[in-house]
Design a binder for this molecule. Structure first.
Ligand SMILES: Cc1cc2nc3c(=O)[nH]c(=O)nc-3n(C[C@H](O)[C@H](O)[C@H](O)COP(=O)(O)O)c2cc1C
Length: 180
């Protein structure tokens, strides 16, 4: 088992997938991990459509490729479509935090869980926000009233070299207030 710190170093957005299929058991482990993610009031405002199909996967890819984007998705064998479900927040929380979009935060967290679970199993992922929501919903029979927030491309990387991480310097993003 990888240490958590190794795991987060290993996770990177893959844009070069091998065509090898993804084992269904591994995809199920990814969703199991996503299910354990925390959420505001434990509202769990998510559901997932897992696609691993030589017929359907290219059709999902096509929904991610408008205006020349995400061309690499054509080679990706599997996708997890992240659907926003209605959050059942307590009236008190709803009133007090009207301007907070807790569901978006929760969906980000569950997506992170899913991606790290994939990495732990030797898979690679790319989170995709560039999507044609209406087309995806029609393709996958997701009710028009729901929101598709993200799609996660899942597969085996064609190469196993990792890129250096491009991140803001730590000193630009953290302030420690430890007291005396
Ligand atoms: C909400 C969200 C949407 C994203 N959408 C896309 C996308 O449509 N296409 C893409 O190639 N990468 C997409 N990415 C990946 C980011 O570009 C990537 O996470 C970032 O550049 C950091 O690189 P890393 O994931 O390799 O560490 C998205 C990431 C997030 C979190």
């Amino acid at each position: 088992m990888t240490s958590f710190f190794d795991l987060i170093e290993k996770r990177e957005s893959c844009r070069n997938f091998a065509s090898a299929p993804v084992e269904k058991e591994k995809l199920e482990m990814c969703v199991k991990a996503a299910r354990l993610s925390p959420s505001a009031c434990n509202s769990q405002p998510w559901s997932f459509v897992v696609v691993e199909s030589p017929d359907l996967s290219p059709k999902v890819a096509a929904c991610l490729q408008e205006m020349g984007m995400n061309k690499f998705a054509s080679n990706c064998p599997a996708f997890v479509v992240v659907v926003e479900e209605k959050a059942k927040l307590s009236e008190r929380v709803l009133q007090k935090f009207k301007s907070q979009d807790f569901a978006a935060i929760d969906l980000g967290l569950t997506t992170a869980h899913l991606c790290l679970a994939a990495t732990e199993q030797g898979l690679s992922t790319c989170i995709l926000g560039w999507l044609n929501e209406a087309k995806l919903k029609e393709l996958l029979g997701i009710p028009a009233s729901k929101r598709v927030r993200l799609v996660i491309a899942v597969g085996y990387a064609a190469a196993d070299t990792l890129r250096p991480k491009q991140r803001k310097p730590l000193e630009d993003l953290v302030r420690y207030e430890y007291g005396e």
